[in-house]
Write a protein that binds this ligand. Structure first.
Ligand code: PRT
Ligand code: ZN
Length: 285
């Protein structure tokens, strides 16, 4: 029987959330993350723990069938892998930044200047698209110190909270690429591996959908059932149960995390009471 191989980051910003996602899919791992490999004892899956930069190549060459890596790394390496699914964590952006005391009006600021980055491919294609001519200084780390030591006038680096830029006397002036962790796959999987990959992806989608939604239970006067059902259509339609108190019902449904607060106010206006909200572990449509 075939075993699917997935490459995840050994240690870094993606590792904990990647393992958490696999555990959320009901996959138990027999080795700890200290090992280079682990095998699941309840799904035909082997996990390879690697440096994030090596994951695209391993997946492109078929050493691993699937991988979890930042979209920024795939874009930069232009790897021959299929981008299967955005995973909603490790969100960050690739931005241009300059010393905070510089006057900045628009992108023409960068014309003729030197920009330091570890992402020359993404930066180059952005500059080309905008018709800017800059020189790119490729460095592999500590990009934010480049302007301070006179290596470049600006930088292009990953930003998440913005505090690293701030600490280094820089200001973010333009975002050139938005990133998050994605599931990638080898484009030439055998039919057996493809079937296993689809099973795993199905589970991942159920976990991600569950994270985006809440289960909601409330009591409603019967005259508001129709209006509340429109606000909370749920997966097919809400579940209704009569309460012991005449004229009232209990309504159960699902609400998206994004619509949650506006919906709660509307429910209260319609006379809903005793509203309970809980998280969902898996959600299959
Ligand atoms: O050892 P290995 O090679 O596996 O890991 P790594 O050190 O190369 O990568 P790692 O773990 O730092 O990042 C892995 C992935 O996480 C990246 O490819 C991004 O997709 C994503 N990610 C999310 C980030 C950040 N947020 C982030 N803040 N990657 C890097 N940073 C760095 C950034 O380079 C800068 O130095 O954090 C600093 C900025 O953070 P703020 O919060 O101060 O803005
Ligand atoms: Zn790396």
């Amino acid at each position: 029987m075939s075993t699917l191989k997935i490459a995840i980051q050994k240690s870094g910003r993606l590792s904990e959330k990647s393992s958490q996602l696999l555990r959320g899919c009901g996959i138990s791992l027999s080795n700890g993350p200290k090992a280079l490999k682990a095998k699941s004892d309840n799904f035909p899956l082997e996990i390879l723990f690697l440096r994030d930069d090596d994951i695209p190549q391993y997946v492109a060459e078929g050493v691993a069938d699937l991988g979890i890596v930042g979209a920024n790394v795939i874009e930069e390496k232009q790897s021959n892998v299929s981008k299967s699914l955005p995973l909603g964590f490790a969100k960050c952006r690739l931005s241009l930044a300059i010393p905070k005391n510089e006057n900045y009006s628009d992108l023409s600021y960068f014309d003729g200047k030197k920009i330091a980055t570890s992402y020359p491919v993404i930066l180059n294609s952005f500059l080309k698209e905008k018709g800017l001519s800059c020189s790119i200084e490729q460095i592999s780390g500590s990009v934010e110190i480049a302007p301070g030591i006179g290596l470049a006038q600006g930088i292009c680096d990953i930003v998440s909270t913005g505090s690293t830029l701030l600490q280094n006397g820089l200001k973010e002036v333009a975002t050139i690429y938005e990133s998050q962790a994605i599931l990638i796959s080898n484009p030439r999987l055998s039919p057996e591996l493809l079937a296993l990959a689809e099973q795993l992806q199905f589970r991942i989608e159920a976990v991600l959908a569950a994270r985006k939604n809440k289960y909601i239970l409330l009591n409603t006067p019967n005259e508001s059932i129709e209006a509340i059902s429109q606000l909370l259509p749920g997966m097919k339609s809400p579940t209704l149960l009569p309460l012991a108190q005449p004229g009232w019902s209990s309504l159960h449904s699902v609400v998206s995390e994004n619509e949650f607060w506006p919906v709660i106010s509307a429910l209260k206006e319609l006379g809903a009471e005793g509203i309970l909200v809980t998280s969902i572990e898996k959600m299959i449509r």
